[in-house]
Design a protein around this ligand. Structure first.
Ligand SMILES: O=C(O)CCC(=O)C(=O)O
Ligand SMILES: [Fe+2]
Length: 314
């Protein structure tokens, strides 16, 4: 047996039918690994990690950059939507379609999909490294030249919820395209955190004294939950998913060939459909939406220094 088969067998799983209670699930080996690796190579070839994709100085960023419309679009300026990326083996796969159907009902829609590139510190110009040093959620796209903003670049991400809009109701579905070990910017999911509803970022989280993989989380209504941290290790073709209010994050990736993954936001037709996402909503005790949820973003969209709860490895 090869090492990778062993690793896949060893990776812990979260059964899909526990999604409403846990706020997350894993679908190991859902997709064939070879086409995932081919897609990864194609992305890496066309969008290699290079220092040149970033503005080289703060002056240059202030002249040409902006704090809005810097992410890949749902319908345009999105490299995953181009002919260079064949995703039909994912989206037409009976196993993938069946899993999404369970999560969001047969009439689910893919609201958005994008390529997520984990970015190692050595590809970042010094001025950006300094700029993001005290940020909790260093989304790097504002600092990327327009041409390359068709991919989503993260340095790491502190625990956060993906939901930002009042009306949205979705599940984030993550597709790994390579072997992801714990320190390869694996996803970290705080189980059962969706139950407290939407809360402001930075979230009120403290690590348990006796168990570094356990977090105490509360909302401002006095409700609280103890969340085990689930580290999503895995292989190309493994899929994981989490509710739009589930706290999750990623740590840095310092490998010279860092992780490339796909992220799908998948929505049920409406709130009455009998599906795992809506069953998870029924377990949410706190508010589904709060205003001004990101305290780390200034009115002009600039990022504010606020530190991070997630462990930031150097
Ligand atoms: O992959 C990452 O680094 C960030 C993951 C995440 O939170 C997201 O894509 O919403
Ligand atoms: Fe996220």
């Amino acid at each position: 047996m090869s090492d990778s088969v062993l690793a896949a067998a060893d990776a812990p799983s979260l059964p899909l039918d526990q999604f409403p209670d846990q706020g997350a699930a894993t679908l190991r080996g859902l997709l064939p690994p070879d086409p995932c690796s081919i897609l990864r190579d194609a992305i890496n070839e066309h969008r290699p990690m290079r220092k040149e994709i970033f503005y080289q100085s703060r002056e240059e960023f202030e002249k040409f950059g902006r704090w809005e419309r810097y992410s890949p679009g749902a319908t345009d300026h999105n490299f995953l939507l181009t002919d260079a990326c064949d995703t039909s083996f994912i989206e037409d796969s009976p196993a993938f379609v069946a899993a999404l159907g369970k999560l969001a009902g047969d009439n689910y829609s893919i609201m958005k999909k994008a390529i997520i590139r984990s970015t190692p510190h050595f590809t970042l110009p010094d001025w950006i490294l300094e700029y993001v040093q005290e940020l909790g959620r260093p989304n790097l796209n504002p600092f990327v030249r327009d041409e390359f903003q068709d991919v989503q670049y993260f340095f790491y991400t502190d625990y956060h919820q993906d939901k930002t809009r009042q009306k949205s109701n979705f599940v984030t579905v993550y597709v790994y395209l390579d072997t992801v070990e714990a320190n390869y910017s694996s996803l970290r999911i705080l189980l059962e955190s969706h139950k407290l509803g939407m809360t402001h970022y930075p979230h009120s989280l403290r690590r348990a004294y006796g168990d570094s993989a356990l977090w105490y989380y509360n909302n401002s209504d006095g409700d609280h939950v103890k969340c085990p941290e689930f580290v999503v290790t895995g292989e190309a073709g493994d899929v994981s998913c989490f509710h739009d209010l589930t706290l999750h994050g990623t740590v840095r990736n310092n490998s010279d060939n860092p992780r490339i993954s796909l992220r799908y936001l998948v929505a049920p037709e409406d709130e009455s459909v009998d599906c795992l996402v809506n069953q998870a909503n029924a377990q949410v005790r706190g508010p589904q939406f709060v205003d001004g949820v990101r305290l780390d973003v200034a009115p002009d969209g600039a990022f504010r220094e606020m530190g991070a709860s997630i462990f930031i490895q150097e």
